[in-house]
Design a protein around this ligand. Structure first.
Ligand code: BES
Ligand code: MN
Ligand code: ZN
Length: 510
């Protein structure tokens, strides 16, 4: 998708469709944007009449298409409701922009222009609004087509012009558009991987995708197969994959945007390409959804896609632990004791608690990078879905500062998250009579005991875990691409912090 900024007036821009935000009528404090006023005047007051007579009440996220408007250069006018100006807030703006581009992407147009950079919120810049437009336009363009032989060739929105409001520089808008488009592309890549069926997306396929991503940009990709994992001593990953005819993979991606001596931020992803539960087999209802048990891995891949497009000055390592969890004559059994890469032994009381097993070896592998931080993403527990549903990912951390950075990035990107504790009292639930620890706790606090298990393997660095079981998948829409928005924002924030520190360098010595 192509993006550009233009200084043209909303009334003068020649476009297949002009996207125009509209506030609801407010008797005491009426409010409309400069673009609205110009267009309304050029249309002889038509827009105000639509508001007055109730034909377009401008509820938040509502849309109305006016074909062939007379008096402006656009061939269509797409009105987007912003809701009540008095209660206008960032979530309202976000849902309006989302609605704008999902509506625009359904029209038979290849090109559009958006008048979304007039100031709408006190604490948000026009550039931020432009970034959000690009991100949402890219997200709205996503179509899942794999394996559909009857997929229709439809007209797709390929180009968007964002009108720079008066006094806003187009080059700054251009930069923001590139940023938003890069994040959107990362989210879409994660969605596509999450949606692909388990017979296509295997650990080997995931590794091939990583290699391909590396071929397209400045990325070093290393893939460890069963033999290398054996040699390494990654007994936990191998134990999970034992019951499958698909070999397991540990995939390492290295993005270098900063000098060598800057320690990397490491992202670790759970890549179970299908989770049957193994010998502790799951019930069959909705088991098809367990193809998204590689949502953590997908979010790592998606984040790297964004890194390659946006090229921030930061070092990032991705580690994906990928296996298929199947029941079989060779499969891991309840009661088996395995030796992890760290050397700790684990009594596997439930083979369906496999995510923490593949992750624990990946977390140990992360030590070699002497990381600035390690964040793992995993569709780890059903308990997380029960606790926070589809709104927020769970955050667990051994470092309150890191948790805070992630929660801030979650708020900033509206890819929301909420922190839960990993107190010592919960750690006790993992005690085992037959090994250093068991892979499950009791009935209660399932998301927390899973995080406690991981924490045992993450004692050597600042670490956080995101349980995305509820957020990576939407029962109706499929893979959501979360938490790519959160992770990319987190990394951009670390880059900004680094740049600030460089500038402050001499001061610190004083
Ligand atoms: N992949 C599942 C967790 C999951 C469940 C993700 C539902 C998304 C939706 C994970 O491997 C699992 O099976 N966890 C078990 C752990 C239990 C055996 C301690 C669970 O949550 O039931
Ligand atoms: Mn499982
Ligand atoms: Zn799983």
């Amino acid at each position: 998708m192509h993006f550009s900024a233009s200084n043209a007036a909303a009334t003068d821009i020649s476009t297949q469709c002009l996207v125009l935000p509209v506030f609801k009528i407010h008797p005491q404090a009426p409010r409309q944007t400069p673009a609205f006023k110009q267009v309304d005047q050029a249309l002889g007051g038509l827009l105000q009449r639509l508001l007055d007579n109730g034909d377009f009440p401008a509820d938040t996220g509502s849309t109305l298409l006016l074909p062939e408007p007379q008096g402006i250069q656009a061939q269509r006018l797409l009105l987007i409701g912003l809701g009540d100006p008095e209660n206008f807030s960032e979530p309202a703006l976000r849902s309006a922009i989302l609605a704008a581009f999902s509506a625009a992407s359904k029209l038979a147009i290849t090109e559009a222009a958006a008048a979304f950079t007039d100031p709408l919120l006190d604490d948000r810049e026009p550039e931020w609004q432009a970034r959000l437009c690009a991100e949402n336009a890219v997200k709205a363009s996503y179509r899942y087509t794999h394996g559909k032989s009857t997929a229709k060739e439809s007209v797709t929105l390929a180009s968007l012009t964002v009108l720079a409001a008066e006094g806003v520089a187009t080059d700054r808008i251009d930069e923001s558009l590139a940023l938003g488009a890069g994040v959107g592309a990362g989210i879409n890549f994660a969605r596509e991987l999450g949606n692909l069926p388990g017979n296509v997306l295997t650990p080997r396929y995931l590794a091939e995708q990583a290699v391909e991503l590396g071929n397209n940009g400045a990325l070093k990709v290393t893939v460890l197969g069963d033999d290398e994992l054996e040699e390494l001593g990654a007994g936990a990953i191998l134990a999970v994959g034992k019951g499958s005819s698909e070999p397991s993979r540990l995939i390492v991606l290295e993005y270098q945007g900063a000098p060598d001596d800057q320690p990397p931020h490491v992202l670790v992803g759970k890549g179970i390409t299908f989770d049957t539960g193994g010998i502790s087999i799951k019930p069959s209802a909705n088991m098809d959804e367990m193809r998204y048990d590689m949502g953590g891995a997908a979010s790592v891949m998606g984040t790297f896609k964004t890194l390659l497009e946006v090229k921030p000055a930061i070092n990032v390592v991705g580690i994906i632990a990928s296996a298929e969890n199947m029941p079989d004559g060779n499969a891991l059994k309840p009661g088996d004791v395995i030796t992890t890469l760290k050397g700790l032994t684990v009594e596997v009381l439930n083979t369906d608690a496999e995510g923490r097993l593949v992750l624990c070896d990946a977390l140990t592998y992360a030590e070699r990078f002497k990381p600035a931080s390690v964040v793992d993403m995993a569709t780890l527990t059903g308990a997380m879905v029960i606790a926070l549903g589809g709104e927020a990912s769970g955050v667990f951390s051994n470092d309150d500062g890191l948790a805070e950075e992630l929660l801030e990035a979650a708020d900033e990107s509206w890819d929301r998250a909420w922190q839960l504790p990993i107190w010592d009292e919960y750690q006790k639930l993992l005690e085992s009579n037959f090994a250093d620890l068991a892979n499950i706790g009791g009935r209660g606090a399932g998301a927390i005991t899973a995080a406690c298990f991981l924490s045992r393997f993450a004692s050597d660095y600042r670490w956080a875990h995101l349980d995305i079981a509820g957020t990576a998948w939407d029962g109706k829409k499929g893979a959501t691409g979360r938490p790519v928005g959160l992770l990319t924002q987190y990394l951009f924030d670390r880059e900004a912090e680094g740049l600030d520190a460089d500038q402050l360098g001499p001061l610190e010595e004083v």
